[in-house]
Design a protein around this ligand. Structure first.
Ligand SMILES: [Zn+2]
Ligand SMILES: [Zn+2]
Length: 149
């Protein structure tokens, strides 16, 4: 299923431009990549596009809600086109790999804070940290299986 990026842009009153379409396509095919990766992916299609243009596109798409920006503690910001479902992420402590994790408790989890201090809460961010399968395999290949902290 190919999302209709042109319709998505029009729906949020953004002009349809080739860099915007290229960024959306890059993020659809490569979720959770950082800005530098987006730039190189977009340049495969549009060699002349500048760093600044890609930054601007990412900011516009994020502000419009077409792209979700995730920023795990200590990692560079990543972007994805899977928005609006409040899914979570699992992040590898070793290599920074990120994967999607569907809601654990159903729709809009954790939005009912035990004490919201009067805030109107609209988002709850849950990040699972661990070791990805690749890093775990590398670990066992190169090191004796000693206990980790
Ligand atoms: Zn890893
Ligand atoms: Zn995601």
């Amino acid at each position: 299923m190919t999302p209709d990026f042109e319709a998505q842009l029009r729906a949020v009153s953004l002009r349809v431009t080739r860099p915007r379409l290229a960024v959306l396509a890059a993020l659809r095919d490569h979720p959770h990549v950082d800005t530098e990766t987006v730039i190189s992916l977009v340049r495969a299609d549009l060699p002349a596009v500048s760093h600044q243009a890609v930054y601007d596109v990412l900011r516009a798409l994020t502000n419009a809600g077409l792209v979700r920006r995730i920023e795990p503690a200590g990692a560079t910001a990543r972007y994805e086109t899977r928005v609006g479902d409040n899914h979570h992420h699992v992040v590898c402590r070793s290599c920074g790999a990120i994967a999607d994790v569907d809601c654990v408790v159903g729709h809009s989890p954790c939005l009912t804070a035990s004490n919201d201090h009067g805030f109107a809460v609209d988002e709850a961010e849950v990040v699972f940290w661990g070791t990805c399968p690749d890093c775990a395999a590398e670990h066992t290949a190169h090191e004796p299986p000693v206990g980790r902290k």
